[in-house]
Design a protein around this ligand. Sequence first.
Ligand SMILES: [Zn+2]
Length: 550
Amino acid sequence: MATAPMRIGDLLISKGLLTPKKLQIALIQQRVTGAILGDTLISLGFVTAQEFAETIADQSGVEYVDLRDFSISEEALRLIPKETARKSGYIPLEVLNGVLSIGVTNPSNIMALDTVRQLTGTTPRVYLVDQDAYSDYIESAYYFVEHPVKQRLEKFFSQLKSGGAVQSSIVPELTDLLLMDGIRKKATDIHLTPSKDVLHVFYRIDGVLTYGHCLPHVFQASLASRIKIMAHLDIAESRLPQDGSYTLEFLNKRYDLRISTVPSIYGENIVIRVLSTSGSLMSVAMLGLNENLVAIMRSLFEKSHGIVLITGPTGSGKTTTLYSCLRDIDLLERNVITVEDPVEYRLNFVRQTEVNEKAGYTFASSARTFMRQDPDVMLLGEIRDTETGQMAVRASITGHLVLSTLHTNDAVTSIPRLLDLGMDKLLLSSSLLAVVAQRLARKICPNCKVAYTVSETEKATFRRAGLDVTTAYRGKGCERCGGSGYTGRTLIAEIMIIKSDIKDMIYTGASSSVIYQAALKGGMVPMMVDGLRKAAGGHTTVQEIQRVAG
Ligand SMILES: [Zn+2]
């Protein structure tokens, strides 16, 4: 009885997801609360539900499926009533060649198999899903089967065609429908773009804009007003841009919506960014980086002082990586303080603070308070101006490890960017440890992945990265990936370590191209090469790497 959970603890340790000391603390807490080890480790923030489930999958031989990257088929959901699935602790996933697949949170769930056999007459194929994703998706999956968005939208349109005017009463429902459809599709941004005759709705999914709906133009003004009311914006003002936010509650989950309106010639263009408030903190090992880069990252976190920067454009996953860095720092031995704007993940054992300009708590003023809080590691949300840059340097030279992000396209251009921000060459060269540049690349859908013979152009692209490739992979497009051929995303990156030669170059004001050559000589693998290696390994496509890193 007592040995089984220990084995899982050891497995997590061997995968680099847990340390013996953290396991010890979880076991101590477990003795107090009586909760099971997995739940304790997850609630302490030592491992995520996803990491735990993947480890159980390794141990039990049941394949893990990440529901976050999976589109659950309606056909499967219609076979099993929601209450049956919930009571027996599983979720229908898809039907392939007449066989139903289900996801269970516990690999020894016999009851699930029995109920499926009773209802369908066949034995299902079983996958493992994590507890967090299961509770997130079971309600919404059935909700959208019971309330199909497309049919409800079509009903609105046919009412309009039959001569009905836009009734103000249907606008709130229509707004919610468009938002829910975005949430269902896991969109990060929802665009309402008016044109001459119609209103186009786009969703950004896995970093790519995809067409959602086409609405009669008559809805434009009323939808804009509805969204502006919800976000406490001035509805009388449509000639100037406005920004606002509100929280949408849907099936017991909260979504923070950031609204931006910009006047266009056909009415206001509205973009809604969707931030899901739950989110767990992955270990650097789980981000999808190659092993070599993970090892470099981990060695950086062991440094006692210096600055490590994560760079990339908007939507490249910088913040997620930044927080993952914290997971890999020994939070029990080192005092970590953060200054964020806003706090995006809540972490155990980290002293998190949020900038409040109105109250006078700014990045600059926080620096003074910080030093009195006996920190070892400081996480600064972003270096965005001279003040935050200087604060990072000051913290570093007084013996602290500083982690932050910067908005640049690649590792080497962060040097001129920091100097542009007015940072001192000597201080910068002596405090900067490394710059990580990264992008998120879409992964090929495993369900419709096919091999193909690469073209001469692609062969040449691979060759420039030192790879001899004749066969590569792509997704044909299937129901599971919505026809795109991709599901989920992985990280590609380059890490420039600031060794003594580069320190000298920063100090003497060398050009970016000279620094770049030195970084290559020092062992940096360019992001493009890292990406093409992933394409050669069949994780993503050449086109995708060229799109994000080209
Ligand atoms: Zn597919």
